[in-house]
Design a protein around this ligand. Sequence first.
Ligand code: NAD
Length: 572
Amino acid sequence: MITRRALTTLRRAPLHRALSSRASAVLSALDLQSGRELPGVYDGEWGGSGEVLQSVCPTTGEVLARVNTRAEGDVSELVVIDLTLDASRLERLDVPRGESAGSRASPAELERALERSREAYKVFRNVPAPKRGEILRQIREALAAKREALGALISLEMGKIRTEGVGEVQEFVDIADYAVGLSRMMNGRVVASERPGHSILEVPNPLGVVAVLSAFNFPVAVYGWNLALSLAAGNATLWKPAPSTPLCSIAVTKIVSGVLERNGIPGAVAGLVTGGKDVGVGVVESKLVDMVSFTGSEAVGRQVGEAVQSRFGKVLLELGGNNAAVVMPDADLDMAVPSVFFGAVGTAGQRCTSTRRLYLHSSIVQAFLSRLESLYQSVRPGDPLDSATLLGPLHTRQAMDIYHNAIERLQKSGAEILTGGAAYRDLAAPLDGGNFVMPTIAIPQEVDVRDPLWSTETFAPVLCVGVFDELEQAIEWNNGVPQGLSSSLWTRDIRNVGKWIGPAGSDAGIVNVNVGTSGAEIGAAFGGNKSTGWGRESGGDAWKQYVRWSACTLNFSDAAPLAQGVQFANTA
Ligand code: NAD
């Protein structure tokens, strides 16, 4: 919280500094008024009167939203600070970074949002599924109309480059398309009964309230995957986004709620509660929530999984990845090298599917690494909004600490740092306020998959390289870590492919051949095994988790026989 002394200073100081034109153009294209406090709660109406609040641009350090807070212990003293300050000044003033854009949900608002979601579900479950599909079609159109602006907002607030930001919105558009079709195909089954004159139906019905807790690195698409399926299934969805990307969630919710309102559907069918851990805990523990779909780190996912399980709720976990690419001697390096480069450096290494481990066959190590290294050295950090930029910033200062700690650990262990290994210094303004680090290739002294160097996910562009002679060895290393999200084999030999995708092959949820670890399409179910959480979202059979299934046995006959021939009549 901001201190009283700091407030006095702020009142006296000339507070207003204009938001940069790059930022204000993006915000105004999405109706996010930069000069005003933004409400961060939507349950049919916009509100938000909780504490804390700010969205910081990772590229420049500039604060993107106005701050509204109150002096600690003095509820009556509501202070609205009319400012766009640089983040370092806010730090000096004790204002927390990356918390919330406008006001986040207070406990009472959270409770009300949950209740409204429940009420909205009771209305929405009776809307026929194809009509729900029609609403999804309109949401798809509304999103597509804002694709460029929303993509730019993702770049501005999260830090990924523009083409990836726009791609993320495209993913939402794609899954909305998919769910429109699904709304006419969410079929149950008729099962043959062993009893004469009987029939068994497996019936899917809407589940209830689905809470979506999402991570910072996909501030739009992850919600999209969940909302589209949940909406098609007839549920109400309540979104708790990452605390550092509230603007993306507010912009998306405005677009979606506009469509709901035009169709006379309660807005709480797609509600929003911004905030940090406390709001997340409140959502997870609420019995008003039937399913929690959680995307985030393994550590938090473990807590969420246990909390939801302990109240016998449903949980879908999409957690950290630690993904490997394996390159065989017969691989086409013209394809493999740029793909590994994108997998490891794209999104500045901040995808759950980023390539973090590279296992090279001993016969191609030199050729592969020299080509990869020159691609790394060609990379320049830049403004993600600039279409020439390939490398944006890390999302937060804390992420830079994680990067530095990983490099230090590698160095202490005697690993060779082939390229990178430090933050960029002396960047020209305004990038000098950003979180830019050099993509790094490291060669640890040995491959020991139990060593944290190999077994933990470092959410930054750090790639560790190991050398193998037999595919079986590489598969063992691939599978030896706790996580099981994505994996990729580069080969032209069908025998290697058979091993890789078969019973003794990769144990990840995504098992690619001649395709990188990163950049999945929406058609297949997406998710990981083991400590990645076993969840599946998006395509495939993922929709089946968003409904409640009933087995309904119907008796059309004039007798009531028991199954398995059991007799329960008094014959004495
Ligand atoms: P995080 O775990 O710190 O936060 C995720 C969400 O949980 C946020 O909304 C946060 O506010 C909330 N939260 C924090 N503590 C909570 C608690 N105790 N109870 C309930 N909610 C709580 O993750 P992050 O740093 O935002 O995201 C990066 C991580 O997400 C990486 O590990 C990455 O691999 C993972 N991720 C996984 C996938 C996937 O599909 N497997 C996709 C994207 C990101």
